[in-house]
Design a protein around this ligand. Structure first.
Ligand code: ADP
Ligand code: MG
Length: 468
């Protein structure tokens, strides 16, 4: 039966994906409605859980309708103490045998030559609308924009000013837009080769190259480009890909090539990343793009309307509607874009001009009355202190008695989940604690909340108080 399930899986995901991710998955047990499967590494486990959990379940259900739950575990036999290799230059010449690394399982499968590394180097698809021309600047992104322009306008052989350029911001605040703008502008002249890759694509390209034993070519090709642009670095997972990323980064930077990176958090908060990679990332220019101010939101809306009018000349959004949208949709650029798209669709389909009433109706679900971003760490400390009957200065102090330690951990946990502050920043605001202390607190409370109903209720209550 297990082999039939595997067969189904193979045909739903395709041979390539199957051999990359599932070839070393084993059946441990079937008990009533739950099935226990195992894989050799944590990386594989989290990858499968994040991307294929439902498909694995439905393949099982097709064979055994009673199955409602898949438990994925990591087989302990393969402990990979990944000795991350240091020197990138010699590394490139080493034969591709790297037993003992996390991810080694991925190369023991299929050996058919394929164009996988070629695909990876084709880069991720670019959206032609995401250019500097359509990028609106405002207080929160001036610096990031200026740095990105500078990078895009640099010429081969120019001394590189900030390397890597690392841009971080929350969802929908323009990271991808800016990175693709750099790529378009950089490739406009034929002189330089600019490559835009999402971290996932980097990872997939590398894994595929290992599989087909073209890893060397993949690395060489990566190192042959002038500007490497990596989006969503927070998704880079797995020891061997991270090690490879580290080598690529070092090799490019040492050769005076430009690297541009975007992520949803600062380097110090990329918890799964190797320390050396983190410090290398932090060694260039790190710029945060903050939330979009009202002016900027208005600018983005206008630019979207302009873009729509190229194809739909009769489309227009009156000033009061723009003003309403800019005030009501405060969260992110994606929702602003979505709002304009809806108004366009609606007014086209019904052949009606856009009105304020229409706008209010159409974008209701994009309007978020509560702004989690506005919650302040001070408020959290105040509310938590009140709830647990301690003083705010106790929370910030170094006292370690139980009645203070738990509330302090709860407060740090809330600070991490309700604000966009980084771990080091939260540590600083809690009496100068280290970011690892904050991380420990966050993990601790996360673990407790799932077990301890009372604590879970308390935390929920605190959240509600803070959000009101
Ligand atoms: P991120 O990658 O940070 O999640 P995106 O770059 O995908 O965000 O931006 C989301 C949407 O908002 C896109 O449609 C993008 O064009 C738009 N956007 C965000 N910031 C700006 C800006 N400064 N100027 C113009 N459009 C923007
Ligand atoms: Mg993005």
């Amino acid at each position: 039966r297990w082999s039939r399930v595997k067969g189904r899986l193979r045909s739903t995901v395709g041979e390539d994906i199957y051999s990359s991710w599932f070839a070393r998955m084993d059946l441990e047990s079937v008990h009533g409605e739950s099935v226990r499967l195992s894989v050799p590494t944590r990386f594989l486990k989290s990858w499968i859980q994040a991307h294929y959990a439902e498909r694995v379940l439905s393949c099982w259900q097709a064979e055994l309708p009673d199955v409602h739950r898949i438990d994925l575990t990591v087989r302990s036999a393969m402990r990979c103490a990944a000795p991350v290799r240091e020197a990138p230059a010699t590394d490139a010449r080493r034969p591709e045998r790297s037993e003992g690394r996390d991810g080694v399982e991925l190369k023991t499968v299929a050996t058919a030559p394929a164009s996988a590394n070629h695909d990876a180097l084709g880069g991720s698809p670019l959206d032609p609308r995401l250019t500097f021309q359509s990028f609106v600047t405002g207080r929160s992104n001036t610096l990031a924009h200026a740095a990105a322009r500078q990078v895009a306008e640099g010429r081969r052989g120019d001394s590189v000013m900030f390397n890597p350029l690392y841009i971080h911001a929350g969802v929908g605040l323009g990271k991808t837009h800016l990175l693709q703008a750099v790529t378009w502008a950089g490739n406009a002249g034929t002189e330089r080769r600019v490559l835009y890759l999402t971290a996932e694509k980097f990872m997939y390209g590398f894994v595929a190259a290992l599989k087909t034993q073209t890893a060397l070519a993949f690395k060489e090709a990566l190192r042959g480009i002038d500007v490497l642009v990596i989006d969503d670095l927070q998704f880079l997972q797995g020891k061997s890909t991270q090690a490879e990323f580290c080598h690529t980064l070092n090799a490019l930077i040492d050769a005076g090539r430009q690297v541009v990176i975007a992520a949803d958090r600062p380097p110090s908060d990329l918890e799964s990343l190797d320390d050396r990679v983190r410090s290398r990332l932090a060694g260039g220019l790190v710029v945060e793009m903050g939330s979009l101010g009202e002016e900027l939101r208005l600018g983005i809306l206008r630019s979207r309307v302009e873009a729509a009018r190229v194809h739909h000349a009769s489309f227009d959004v009156p000033e009061p509607v723009l003003d309403y949208l800019a005030k009501a949709i405060t969260h992110n650029g994606r929702d602003l874009e979505g709002a304009i798209n809806r108004l366009l669709a609606h007014s086209k389909l019904n052949a009606q001009p856009v009105t304020l009433e229409m706008a209010e109706r159409e974008v209701r679900d994009l309007v978020r009355p509560q702004e989690p971003r506005r919650i302040k760490i001070e408020d959290i400390q105040r509310v938590v202190a009140r709830q647990y009957n301690v003083s705010r200065s106790d929370l910030l102090s170094s006292r370690r008695t139980a009645n203070v330690v738990r509330p302090r951990q709860v407060a740090m946990y809330l600070a991490k989940t309700l604000t966009l502050r980084s771990l080091p920043e939260i540590g600083r605001r809690f009496g100068g604690r280290d970011h690892t202390t904050v991380l420990h607190a966050v993990r601790k409370i996360e673990a407790l909340v799932s077990k301890d109903a009372t604590l879970s209720d308390e935390v929920e209550l605190l959240k509600r108080q803070l959000q009101e």
